[in-house]
Structures are given as structure tokens and as C-alpha cells.
Design a protein around this ligand. Sequence first.
Ligand code: DP6
Length: 325
Amino acid sequence: MSSATAQATANIAFIKYWGNRDNALRLPANGSISMNLDGLHTRTTVSFQRSLPYDELIINGKEIAGPALERVSCVLDLVRELARTGDQAEVVSENNFPAGAGIASSASAFAALALAASRAAGLSLSEPALSRLARQGSGSACRSVPGGFVEWYMGTGDEDCFAASIAPADHWSMVDCIAIISDLHKKVGSTEGHAVAATSPLQAARVVDAPRRLDLCRRAIIDCDFNLLSGIVELDSDMMHAVMMTSTPALHYWMPLTLEIMKAVQNWRQEGLSACYTVDAGPNVHVLCTEQHAPEVETRLRAFSGVRKVLTARPGGAAQLVQER
Ligand code: DP6
């Protein structure tokens, strides 16, 4: 038996991934940029065992079967192919963030799985190769492989479609204050959402304009320019939600409180707080702000009735190996 344990953080996209040009390979319609979220991580142990009749998946102490296991097995199959082994694996995974807190766990989960599984199989993959492997489990997971502020290049095919670091975690002391509005499981998940993105007449315009938004966002990060960042991050989030709302079926992830907080954040910026919002495929609002303004932003978010809790996360590092046996 050989086993390895790896840990990877969740990430929040500044420029969003929404829609694939190849759903099976998870080749995205556009490039994206994100920040790893320190302290919100998944830790996964993979052990390949000759005696196992099939792959097993245990998440937070619970044995999981069905589509979630199949998705994990698909990534394990890629690893088995690379390592030329037929052994089945036991996968034991724990998220340190509260289950159902509305924080997507697929990014941290598949980044940790890619690293743990490849090491357990005796492979020593390069960062781009690991990122590509994680991508095939969950698109956004490819961005949780490198550290800090990360860009996922859309590439021309599987080979050059991976993520790389733009700047390390200590480059910019940014804080993501996450206002948790609902911990209900989303009705339509990202995978199904990506599949219908192209039905929106707005998606083509969103995709065509993506290189411009990526350039501005990359520049804002490199120069630590919060003003530039806030405009482009909010525009990009709104553009993704415009696509979601106008796809078939229409996907409405915002709740009234989501919009209330978004508007409040814009007012706070007028008052001089360095804060901006971004919203993923759910109702929770991620408020990005500078370290200096984080305590004030947190206090203000907690004051909304309907905000169940506020999580905070600073820029996080790369996926890392915890143990090998
Ligand atoms: C709205 O990576 O969760 O968070 O590839 O199907 O697992 P799958 O989708 P996923 O999509 C993330 C969508 C998003 C935007 C983003 O993180 O870029």
C-alpha cells in the first residue's frame, strides 16, 4: 500500500470561470483569475490498495457513493493511467470549513486529491501537470494548485490549459470577508451551470471581453491597485450573473440580501473604504478589502440581519504535501 496526504485551499475568483468550450475536459470558455483562501482548506489522504475491489470515498467521516464518487474515480483513473497501475484507492477527505457554509469545496477538494493521488501513485508531477489534473476534476480546482494570486490560462487544448501564480500570497494583504446568507445546498450546481452558459445571448459578449478584464485585473494585482481591482471585479461578477440570469434554464443565485449587501459595499467605497464585492454560484457575498479596512467591513457585514456568519480569509499558499508513506 502506498499513501499520501495533501492539503489545498479554496479560492475566490476575481475574474470568473463560467462556461466550457469542452465540458468533458473542462476547457473553459475564458481565462480566470483568483486568490487562494488561507485557512479554508481540504485535507485528503489517498491510499492505493491492491486488495480493494473499488474506489472508496469518505468525506468528513461519511462514506459517499454515486456521482461524487464517480467524479473522484475519474481523476483517479487519470492518475492510474499515468502511473500504469490498476489498484483501487481509498480517499479520505476533510474540509476544515463548516459543511454547508456555502463555500464551494470542489476547488480545494480536487486540488488536494490531484496532489495526494499522484504522490500516492509514485508520480512527481510538475505544477502545470498537477493543475491540469485538478482541472479535470473541477475547473476552479486548477487554480488552487499554485499559491497566492493565480491565473488560469485557457490555452489551446488540454496541454496548455492550467493555472500559474501571478504573485505570491504575501504580495498584497487582501482579506476576503465572506457574508454567509444561506447554507442551503444550491439547486443548480456549477457543473450544470457551465453546461447552459452558452444558451445565454450575453455569454458571447462576456467571453469576447474577457481578455480585457483579465489584463486589467492582472495589472491591478501586480500594482496592488485597489481602485482598479474593485471596478473590474464587480463588473466581472455582475457580467457572470447577467449570463446566469439569461441562460436556459435561467439561474438566479442572488437573494434580496445579496443585492442589499452589494449596494452597501458600493456605498462604503464612496465613504472611503477599500472594499468590493464578488458573488459565486450562490447567494453569499465575498467582500474583498484591504487588511486596514477588514475589521470595519466585518463589523458592518455582521450588522445585517440575515447574515448568519462572516468568515474571513487572507491570501493562501499553494497545494502542499502533508505526509507520504
Ligand atoms: C462561479 O469549478 O465549481 O465559482 O468545473 O463544474 O467543478 P466545475 O465548476 P466550478 O465552477 C466555479 C464557478 C464559479 C466561478 C469561479 O470560481 O471561477
